[in-house]
Design a binder for this molecule. Structure first.
Ligand SMILES: [Cu+2]
Length: 154
């Protein structure tokens, strides 16, 4: 009986880990929330390219800031910038691999065809590290990701 429960617990563990990586509200406090375009503190320009890179890959902001990411796809292929924790982003990338036709439009992301520009307005509430990535199949795996270092307000 005990052995059976242990096995069940072990079997459930990967599922639980995966569920934790989904769009649970629990992460929101950590990564921030959609920002109010009328309250933007600063604009940061980001480019995405067919070398599967964001430029810059490393961004610093202060906790409490609302940031407008002005994003340009300088490549020919579609790319997207999605903000979240790396676990969340990987789980989402896996979902997209299983459903290639999946359309997703959320305030934490912008998807752009080659040459297009767009923006994300995001409020970084608390200090910590927030990740961003391109979730088009193969892109995150090729290294298309970056981090926002949210520093404590002095
Ligand atoms: Cu991409």
């Amino acid at each position: 009986m005990i052995r059976r429960q242990t096995l069940l617990a072990l079997a459930l563990m990967p599922l639980m880990a995966q569920a934790g990586g989904n769009h649970g509200g629990g992460h929101e406090a950590m990564t921030g929330s959609p920002g109010n375009p009328a309250e933007v503190d600063r604009t940061i320009e980001v480019t995405m390219n067919d070398q599967m890179r964001f430029d810059p890959e490393s961004i610093q902001v202060e906790a409490g800031q609302t940031v407008r990411f002005a994003v340009t796809n300088t490549g020919q292929q579609p790319h997207e910038m999605v903000i979240g924790t790396l676990d969340e982003l990987k789980a989402h990338a896996e979902e997209m691999r299983r459903n290639p036709g999946m359309k997703h439009e959320e305030p934490n992301m912008v998807r752009l065809d080659g040459g297009e520009t767009g923006e994300i307005v995001w409020h970084f509430a608390s200090p910590g590290e927030v990740d961003f990535a391109c979730l088009i199949p193969g892109h995150l795996e090729a290294g298309m990701k970056g981090t926002v270092d949210v520093q404590a307000t002095p």
